[in-house]
Design a protein around this ligand. Structure first.
Ligand SMILES: NC(=O)C1=CN([C@@H]2O[C@H](COP(=O)(O)OP(=O)(O)OC[C@H]3O[C@@H](n4cnc5c(N)ncnc54)[C@H](OP(=O)(O)O)[C@@H]3O)[C@@H](O)[C@H]2O)C=CC1
Ligand SMILES: O=C[C@H](O)[C@@H](O)[C@@H](O)[C@H](O)C(=O)O
Length: 322
């Protein structure tokens, strides 16, 4: 099967593997389970891994990368593309360089490939339980936060910087002062949450989109079977001798985005990589574009129904309007 093809990272001349492995398991799993899944993924041809400080998967991922290099499964660190994310409790100018250094230590790496601001908000206290009290959620001081993200890249701690869960409006503001423009916006993107406006905006501005929950996060608290159980997608899959998950991932790939499906199952992780030697017809794409829009994960479901989060959500929802 081989490794996934690379897709361009905006107009930077750099690239990102079209498929990566998501590493959030829900319910959470122990480190050994994550290590075993990552090792299996490396053997299957995955080179792009998505993690975050908040997931608790940086450490087992780092240990497995080290193991794969020492076993000679992968020749050099440069063959990997590792994304990790700045958690909201560290989203302040003077905490960011130490936060990335903490992630580098967890990952046993001396650079990250893509460092993202996880969410467009700051938390003033560690998240010990959810929902989080309203007073703990603050807006980001994006100008000073981005300056520190740029510093991370200038120091060589990361090759690229970007954001996650940012709206067109937030991106436009960021672009108005950024010395280094964001290379990536990682957002929910799948046949049921097509992000038409955001995709057009990002294309125009040279910002690459990475799709999270590309399979609708089936089986997790924030997802459901709207994709894997969708009749329209099932019919397309049957006609092509593929699975519904593969049709969904192929659709994402045909939008120019990379995707980071999570599977810790050997057969399904292989299946998710096997989307590159066939394509959707115009009619099939048209059918997908008619599916009703429904977002999976929301900020209020994680942090609580606070007004500030409802405002962010309303802004994000506009970006997926047809
Ligand atoms: N930036 C952000 O705010 C967010 C980022 N993410 C990132 O994106 C990654 C992926 O998104 P996620 O929300 O996990 O959801 P996905 O859409 O990737 O769905 C994952 C679920 O689908 C199942 N699955 C995987 N492959 C198949 C298949 N071929 N057929 C049927 N079921 C399948 C998995 O189970 P199994 O393992 O048993 O195969 C798992 O339960 C995360 O792991 C994380 O790294 C996710 C949410 C938010
Ligand atoms: O603790 C909170 C969680 O990390 C949550 O914010 C993330 O898991 C998010 O849904 C994601 O997967 O990126």
């Amino acid at each position: 099967m081989g490794v996934a093809p690379e897709v361009p990272l905006g107009c930077s001349g750099k690239t990102i593997p079209a498929i990566g492995l998501g590493t959030v398991a829900d319910p959470r799993v122990d480190a050994e389970t994550t290590r075993a899944a990552v090792l299996e993924a490396i053997k299957a041809g995955y080179r792009h891994f998505d993690t975050a400080f908040a997931y608790g998967s940086e450490q087992p991922l780092g240990e497995t990368i080290a193991e794969a290099l020492s076993l000679g499964l992968v020749k050099s660190r440069d063959e990997f593309f590792i994304t990790t994310k700045l958690w909201c409790t560290f989203a302040e100018r003077d905490q960011i360089v130490s936060a990335i250094k903490m992630s580098l230590k967890n990952l046993q790496l001396d650079y990250i490939d893509m460092y993202l601001i996880h969410l467009p908000l700051r938390l003033t206290q560690q998240m010990t339980k959810t929902p989080v009290p309203k007073e703990a959620i603050k807006p980001l001081d994006i100008e000073s936060v981005w300056e520190a993200m740029e510093e991370c890249q200038n120091l060589g701690l990361t090759k690229g910087i970007g954001v996650s869960n940012f709206s067109c409006k937030m991106l436009a503001h960021l672009l108005s002062f950024a010395k280094i423009p964001p290379a990536v916006n990682q957002v929910e993107l799948n046949p049921f949450w097509r992000q038409k406006k955001l995709r057009e905006f990002c294309k125009q501005k040279g910002i690459h989109i990475t799709a999270y929950s590309p399979l609708g996060a089936n089986g997790t608290r924030w997802g459901d079977n709207r994709i894997v159980g969708c009749d329209v997608l099932n019919e397309i899959a049957k006609a092509k001798g593929k699975t519904t998950a593969q049709v969904s991932l192929r659709w994402v790939y045909e939008q120019g985005a990379s995707a980071i499906p999570k599977s810790f199952n050997k057969e399904r992780m292989r299946q998710n990589l096997d989307i590159f030697d066939w394509c959707l017809t115009e009619e099939e794409s048209h059918k997908i574009n008619q599916l009703p829009q429904r977002k999976g994960s929301t900020l209020t479901s994680i942090f609580g129904p606070h007004d500030f989060l409802l405002e962010i959500e309303a802004e994000l929802e506009q970006d997926s309007e047809a």
